[in-house]
Design a binder for this molecule. Structure first.
Ligand SMILES: Cc1cc2nc3c(=O)[nH]c(=O)nc-3n(C[C@H](O)[C@H](O)[C@H](O)COP(=O)(O)O)c2cc1C
Length: 196
């Protein structure tokens, strides 16, 4: 009986160890799809002219709004613009500033919410990674958003976007199907440090 209990305990121990080993997270881009998607994403600045289909954009947007955000206030507003149907955006700004991306997502932050820029950034990264995982390329664009937001002569573009009162356009993200495959730019590993 004692022997049987010993064997049973040993078997249970082995089962638990195997279960733990199974749960160990895969840590390389060969094994882990999320890591692969993150490491493969690059800013693309040359696109095919056709827009991203609405149902694909809806998946991307749903991933965006599922980002963590302060107190779940969801302190963002998002406008999706088909740049082929709205040439006035590219026409009003310096040539090439939208990088030829055919689907443009404009993101506005809620001015009264301290963490809104963080919320909007996380929203954007979720969208970018969801897009990448579906073969849709992207480029974050601060330049054109700043020009639109800060130039009173371009107010008609802000009117088209029609953000609610209290929101300000802070950046946009171009989506589309890339015609280039840029290499990763070097990253500064000294920017992170473990405090032991
Ligand atoms: C807040 C922000 C603003 C950016 N603005 C622009 C921009 O106006 N034009 C542009 O071509 N790229 C812009 N980028 C893209 C960056 O240049 C790019 O992410 C960076 O060089 C790293 O390259 P990677 O995205 O290919 O890894 C912006 C990125 C961020 C996060």
């Amino acid at each position: 009986m004692k022997m049987f209990r010993c064997l049973l305990t040993f078997a249970l121990f082995l089962t638990a160890m195997t279960a733990c080993a199974d749960k160990k997270a895969p840590i390389s881009s060969e094994e882990n799809q999320v890591i692969k998607t993150i490491m493969e994403r690059r800013s693309v600045r040359k696109y095919a002219p056709h827009t991203v289909a609405k149902d694909t954009m809806e998946i991307i947007l749903d991933c965006g709004i599922n980002a963590p955000n302060a107190m779940n206030r969801q302190s963002w507003e998002i406008r999706v613009v088909d740049m082929n149907k709205h040439p006035e955006f590219a026409e009003a700004l310096p040539a090439g500033i939208f990088r030829g991306a055919p689907t443009m997502v404009f993101v506005a932050a809620e001015k009264a919410q301290r963490f809104s820029p963080v919320d909007c950034g996380l929203l954007g990264e979720n969208m970018i990674l969801a897009a990448q995982s579906m073969g849709v390329n992207s480029v974050v664009l601060g330049g054109p958003a700043a020009m639109i937001a800060e130039n009173p002569e371009l107010k008609y573009l802000l009117d088209t976007l029609a953000f609610s009162a209290g929101y300000e356009l802070i950046y946009c993200i171009g989506f589309g199907y890339g015609l280039e495959n840029p290499d990763a730019k070097p990253r500064m590993k000294e920017k992170y440090r473990f405090i032991d």
